[in-house]
Ligand binder design. Structure first.
Ligand code: PEP
Length: 271
């Protein structure tokens, strides 16, 4: 009974002056039955996106997410954003994006703590995992991702049931595919999605139930043209879209393809 989810990561693009209009245009062009949509703008655009979506019927059902959250609730952390600050602005949050692992040195342990703060604030987390190209070429992709899951989900420190209750989503994003125009093969991404569920289920007591229904998205240079390769795979439950999520026609195509997946699942009685 896994949902089909398309999440837009706007990264460091848009301003409070233009984000609302892009959000409402995207919302109007992507209203497809059975597809959960989420827009993750920069922090400073969260209020504009929230308000713009609330002001139009097309905005109903589009979630708003932050791209990051601090691992502490509050304190002397200049320039950071704590989970309680996001309450009322966002209902989702991305944690562990590879650009933050790369640029901010985020470790699995730290990412686990972010998960904890997100859950305490009632935010639905999208946890990103993925291997480097050298790791894939060395045949270590599954081991690397399993280790990321172990590090962050163990670092989370709470009950696996709380992750399930919060609706934890995993985004499998091979680092070499992010922003490069190069995608993974659908079959490889699907194998990784299955490996992610298996590795999660093996984390210990309580994780098996979480793993069964764990939504796994693919991310990495997804476009309207490439979305079908991933969304045709039963193991993959949607996409985390970066660059293409700023382009209305691309998103319309991606969500339309996700709608076919959702309809197929409905017809088969699995969603
Ligand atoms: C991302 O930011 O998570 C992402 C997958 O980016 P892109 O689609 O641009 O590769």
């Amino acid at each position: 009974m896994r949902p089909v989810i398309i999440a837009a990561n706007w990264k460091m693009h848009t301003t409070p002056a233009d984000a609302g209009e892009l959000a409402t245009t995207l919302a109007a062009r992507t209203a497809i039955e059975g597809v959960e949509r989420v827009i993750c703008p920069p922090f400073v655009c969260l209020a504009a996106v929230r308000d713009a979506l609330a002001a139009t019927p097309a905005g109903a059902g589009v979630g708003v997410g932050a791209q990051n959250v601090h691992h502490e609730l509050s304190g002397a952390y200049t320039g950071e954003i704590g989970a309680p600050m996001l309450v009322g602005l966002a209902t989702w949050v991305i944690v562990g994006h590879s650009e933050r692992r790369r640029d901010a040195g985020e470790t699995d342990e730290l990412i686990g703590r972010k998960l904890g703060r997100a859950l305490e604030a009632g935010l639905r987390p999208i946890l990103c995992v993925g291997e480097q190209l050298a790791e894939r070429e060395a045949g270590r992709a599954e081991a690397v991702v399993a280790s990321q899951l172990r590090g962050s989900l163990a670092g989370f420190g709470g009950e696996p049931g709380a992750l399930a209750e919060a609706g934890l989503v995993i985004a499998y994003e091979p680092v070499w595919a992010i922003g490069t125009g190069r995608t993974a093969r659908g079959v490889d991404a699907a194998a990784m999605a299955e490996a992610i569920r298996s590795a999660t289920g093996e984390l210990g007591q309580g994780f098996a139930a979480l793993a069964d229904d764990l939504p796994v998205l693919y991310g990495g240079s997804v476009t309207a043209a490439s979305a079908g390769e991933f969304l045709a795979e039963p193991a993959i439950d949607g996409a985390l879209v970066g660059g293409a999520s700023l382009k209305v026609e691309e998103m319309a195509g991606i969500v339309a393809r996700a709608g076919l997946t959702a309809a197929g699942r409905r017809a088969a009685g699995v969603a």
